[in-house]
Design a protein around this ligand. Sequence first.
Ligand SMILES: [Zn+2]
Length: 317
Amino acid sequence: MSRKSVPDDIEKQVLLLCRRRCCICFGLDGDLSVKSGQIAHLDHDNTNNDQDNVAFLCLTHHDQYDSTTSQSKGLRKSEVWHFRSELHARIANDIASAAAGAATPKPDVAVIFKESPLFTTERKVRLSNQVNAFYRYLTDIGFDLPKDAPPLGVSAGVSFGSVTPGTVYDASMFIPGDGIDNLDNVTNAYSLFLFSYLLQRVDLVPAAKTLIMRSVWIFANYYRASFVNKHSVDPKSSAAKLETALWDIRRIYGKDFVDRAMFFTFKRWRPPMPTEVDFDTFFTVRFLIGEAVIDNMGQHDDPIRSLLKERGLLQAS
Ligand SMILES: [Zn+2]
């Protein structure tokens, strides 16, 4: 059956009421995410554009619903109609409470936005929520983080800058204008700032500055990836070997284990030792010091050392 398009004003009304959420996804799975979809006619009559008869459905559910015959166990019109009412009520309620400022918990971190037309009210809320979610993730692990975040600006790419020693206001975070809605960018910038801020407060030996900056990268990138459970290593990065090894250890012993092992790597940070010949050794030695804190009876110590030696990250002793 061809799907005749519904009049523009009806379509607009339907899309506004559901905010492109599919009422079957919501009714069956509680799924409130934005979907690609179409306007469906609930009585399967394409000419009946009565508001009560039309609903926005995701492509999968639209196909499923339209292929339903009266004999099958498919969804009934009354069910979908009910889901649709519930969805509209929920959306209206969310919008009302967002307007009342009650939709999101009071943020722990106040993000300062630099002047830019790209920072719309809606984007500011989403970016601030992301910073706060990452803040809570790290504080739950145990990190003691500053309550302020450096001002966030728009630039060509992800970057951060800071004056050391300094306050968070002596630092800046930047995300790319064309990637402003990719929330991973703000996590990346904030994570780089945080670990730079934290590590420079425990280790400021001038001779170790390069080692510290490379360690900042390892911490920032590890937690940014672990936060969303999705690792990506740039194979050209000089840290690729080490990052891949950490992620493989995480795969074997779990997110919680390596999240905490990395935390104690930070807590038990040691100034550079004269025997360390390269960065990989410098960092892996510290990782083993951190891992030992939570490794019961050192049961993971040997296999982890073997893995690190195999990857050429630790000198055979
Ligand atoms: Zn759906």
